[in-house]
Write a protein that binds this ligand. Sequence first.
Ligand code: X2W
Length: 287
Amino acid sequence: MKKQTAMNRDWIATARTLSEALPYLQRYDDAIVVIKFGGNAMGDDDEMDGFARDIVLMQQVGVNPVIVHGGGPMINEMLEKLGIQSEFVNGKRVTDAATVEVVEMVLSGRVNKRIVQAINRQGGKAVGLSGKDANLMICDQTNPDLGFVGTPAEMNPNVLHTLFGADTIPVIAPLGAGRNGETYNVNGDTAAGAIAASLKADRLLLLTDVAGVKNAEGDVMTEITPDQIRQMTAEGIIAGGMIPKTETALVAIEGGVRAVVILDGRAPNACLLELFTEHGAGSIIRG
Ligand code: X2W
């Protein structure tokens, strides 16, 4: 009897959560939400299925989700297998001709298709592309010292609007087309920021493996302004791997994205918690 009561309470709580989601569902109806899914946030098959399920739910309730993925750890693994040395300078992989081939193989092949298949298995309709498809992301070389690392220079997001119109979820590998037929390796955060700005997205969610931006005391800040980011970076409080994320956030906001959220993608239902509950998750930066 006791068990029954506890169970009823669970169902009542579930129904209440759904009911309380109504204003959020209304707010995000037809919104464009770009989700950067980093290699460190991907986890095992069960976690991947959980992520895919959340994305399909988002689309089912009227959001237009766009996934831009990374895959740094998976590239490292393959380069190691092939005996190719690799190093990073300021968060960007020095990419020679042999490395860019591996990067494309791993990102557009293995990682992209794993995400596409996970979404489709949950009943969604995902299509995998890279920045090369339909000239979505044309790049210039970032710096000759980094080799085939690209900076997004010209975006053509029309193909994404076509996919939204067909209830299809784009899953994008961060590779860019060079103007002379080169393939460019683009940092996943940078690519997500450029794509979100080209779409003037309502939200850019940067899923990573930390809970958000931390202050000097080490506490996660639920909201942070662009000015605070600049100041905390100058003071060295924002450092290391967080810098590419906060820089992406600033570029995206300047490019017309309404808000950027940096959050822990490994937390269960991270995206749903952020979009559809009062609680939110991670650190939000508003334009
Ligand atoms: C990245 C692309 C993948 C990526 C790389 O080669 O690792 C550059 O550094 P995560 O998982 O999001 O770190 N590109 C230029 O960004 O993956």
